[in-house]
Design a protein around this ligand. Structure first.
Ligand code: ZN
Length: 311
């Protein structure tokens, strides 16, 4: 039973981080990373994405990573799938949680997956039908992730009504819950509060619990603090913030797991993560990706001297 002060961190570095960089991390190093992160107490890891290998060769070993991660006790093994085919593979591999991204910007959706919103919702329905055929103890949790929810590099502003419409459609199609993704790093604390409140009041408090944030404009952690006050209990983050935005030099990709854990622990939230152990996980990633920049303020500056937690 989780404490009500528990905030779940989902490590998405092996998926979001690695898909954004060219270097292919060897399977062995990925396994080592996943094991070490779980050992540090990370409760959920998005280990990859079931996309065709020719599109993202970095993630071609996702099935092997799911198999590996499933051997780790108490770890929720999450994957991303773009379509029914991906979901079939995810289910075959035995993933606990499947997320399908649906871009709130239709222009982005067409460009990314060549599908309209209506077509994506059909795909969601097909996946739900597939999950329904499974025995209840094998059914994965199925989340609809609304990407570009806070703005799109192609369409600009995405209206609140559009997000609500998509959130409803995803829930109606049979998703267990929806999540909001700041794919472009456009979100600000105000925007987070407005959208989280609006979506929760429409589809139900319990049906939106997670955010996927990027730190492109330096507001990642500020956005977390804003969301914490409005009932968000799961945050995606990536170790070393790998996968920084090529258009924003110096900016990490996702929010940095190490900085996020440091902040949440110091605010008195329970993450289950041992920060010292987590900092050591960085060495594995650094060694496997010597050319890549690893981000994070805490890892650079070090832990503050003396006792300070919960003060
Ligand atoms: Zn992302």
């Amino acid at each position: 039973m989780k404490n009500k002060n528990f905030i779940e961190i989902s490590e998405v570095g092996p998926r979001d981080g690695l898909q954004s960089i060219k270097t292919i991390m060897p399977l062995k190093a990925k396994k080592k990373w996943i094991s070490a992160a779980a050992d540090a107490g990370v409760p959920e890891i998005e280990v990859g994405s079931f996309v065709p290998a020719q599109l993202l060769p970095q993630l071609a070993d996702t099935a092997e990573l799911v198999a590996h991660a499933l051997t780790i006790p108490n770890l929720t093994v999450a994957v991303l799938v773009p379509n029914l085919k991906g979901a079939e593979n995810a289910i075959k591999a035995g993933a606990h949680k499947i997320t399908i991204p649906l871009s709130a910007s239709e222009t982005h959706s067409l460009k990314n997956v060549n599908r309209t919103h209506a077509q994506m919702i059909e795909e969601v329905k097909n996946i739900v039908a597939l999950i329904k055929t499974m025995p209840s103890d094998k059914k994965p949790k199925f989340e609809g992730g609304i990407s570009t929810a806070f703005g799109c590099t192609l369409e600009g502003k995405v209206s609140k009504s559009k997000i609500i419409e998509i959130a409803y459609a995803l829930m109606d199609a049979g998703c267990n819950e929806v999540g909001l993704s700041d794919t472009t790093g456009y979100a600000t604390p105000n925007h987070i509060i407005k959208l989280v409140k609006a979506v929760k009041s429409e589809i139900g408090e319990q049906n939106l619990t997670g955010l996927h944030l990027h730190n492109t404009r330096g507001l990642g952690l500020a956005n977390v603090v804003a969301a914490l006050d409005h009932g968000i209990t799961t945050f995606d983050a990536s170790l070393g913030g790998i996968g920084g935005c090529p258009f924003a030099p110096g900016a990490s990709g996702n929010i940095v797991t190490e900085d996020l854990v440091f902040m949440l622990n110091s605010m008195g939230y329970e993450t289950g993560i041992d920060i010292e152990k987590l900092l050591h996980v960085r060495e594995i990633v650094k060694e496997a990706l010597p050319e890549e920049t690893l981000y994070g303020f805490l890892p650079e500056a070090g832990m503050p001297k003396g006792e300070y937690y919960g003060e």
